[in-house]
Ligand binder design. Structure first.
Ligand code: PDD
Length: 292
């Protein structure tokens, strides 16, 4: 899978082999940073405004000074695709850490942030989206501020690894019996024609695709209920699905040993997948250098 070799940094574009940080770097030592994963379709960003807004919200929440204004951020993100001549379906990974400084829990206020962003090809997971995937249930042991897209992902990493070791795609996280989200995606349950998902509070990541899904539901006349469902409600689910920038709208057809519905992706999930595809196509056509 191609990683395009021109990397955006806080100062300039560099070749991937020239990217270097000192070992006393706060992202490396404390996970003291934030990130975004942005979807690209045929060389165009999808949901870019939502990602850029969330990036700045995360930065504010942890008092990191982003080295670019928002306008500069749009400009450099566009440049990243241009200098690499990206034409494919891909993802951009962007992270900003508090910077490099002698190791100390407190941080010097004048540290300048380290930023890098790179592009990697990412074909759409069309087979899984067609057939559905399985998931495991897993306790949510993360902190209370998961709306911040922070680099501290150890609980997410361990939960997803557990899912993988059990032959599953995702881990559905639950706290005190309530489903919050998944290890790297948002979770939804469909019952009697309504879509239920955890409210966008501080304890989940406010997914960019979640925002899109809410709009798709509105457009299709499907009720979107921001109400947490419980892990035992999965037994009565007509459909389950998850969303993320990399997995899009992904049907879940099995959780632990339980089959969901008739074991195939449900009607509402299919409708939302279709909306996503149309929206991504329209947005790719319209997004060409919109912000430059
Ligand atoms: N993860 N919840 C969590 C915990 C996530 O890590 C993600 C995204 C989402 C979905 O957010 P969005 O719709 O904005 O992609 C929800 C990315 C893909 C990742 O960390 O790789």
């Amino acid at each position: 899978m191609t990683i395009y070799d021109r990397i955006l940094t806080e100062k300039e574009f560099v070749h991937q082999n020239d990217l270097q940080y000192p070992f006393e770097e706060r992202g490396l030592q404390f996970g003291d940073g934030i990130y975004e994963v942005i979807r690209v379709y045929q060389g165009n960003y999808y949901l870019i405004d939502e990602h850029v807004d969330r990036l700045y919200r995360s930065a504010d929440a942890v008092k990191i000074n982003v080295p670019y204004t928002k306008d500069q951020m749009y400009h450099y993100l566009d440049q990243l695709l241009k200098v690499n001549e990206v034409k494919s379906d891909a993802k951009v990974y962007l992270q900003i850490t508090r910077g490099s400084a002698p190791r100390d829990h407190t941080f010097p206020l004048d540290t300048s942030a380290n930023l890098y962003a790179y592009v990697k090809d990412l074909p759409r997971a069309t087979d899984w989206m067609r057939d559905g995937v399985s998931a495991i249930s897993h306790p949510d042991v993360r902190w209370d501020w998961c709306y911040i897209k922070s680099l501290n992902l150890l609980p997410n990493v361990l939960a997803k690894q557990e899912a993988k070791e059990q032959g599953s795609f995702e881990a559905i996280l639950h706290k005190d019996g309530e489903v919050t989200e998944c290890s790297s995606s948002n979770a939804y349950l469909v019952r009697n024609g309504k879509v239920y998902t955890h409210p966008a509070r501080k304890n989940i990541l406010h997914g960019c695709v979640r925002i899109a899904v809410e709009a798709f539901c509105k457009k299709e006349g499907i009720e979107f209920v921001e109400e947490a469902f419980r892990i035992e409600d999965i037994e009565y689910a007509d459909e389950l699905f998850l969303t993320s920038s990399t997995a899009e709208v992904m049907p879940i057809t099995k959780v632990d040993e339980r089959t969901i519905g008739d074991g195939t992706p449900g009607k509402i999930t299919r409708t939302l997948q279709k909306c996503y595809e149309e929206d991504a196509k329209i947005s790719a056509e319209q997004s060409l250098f919109k912000h430059v």
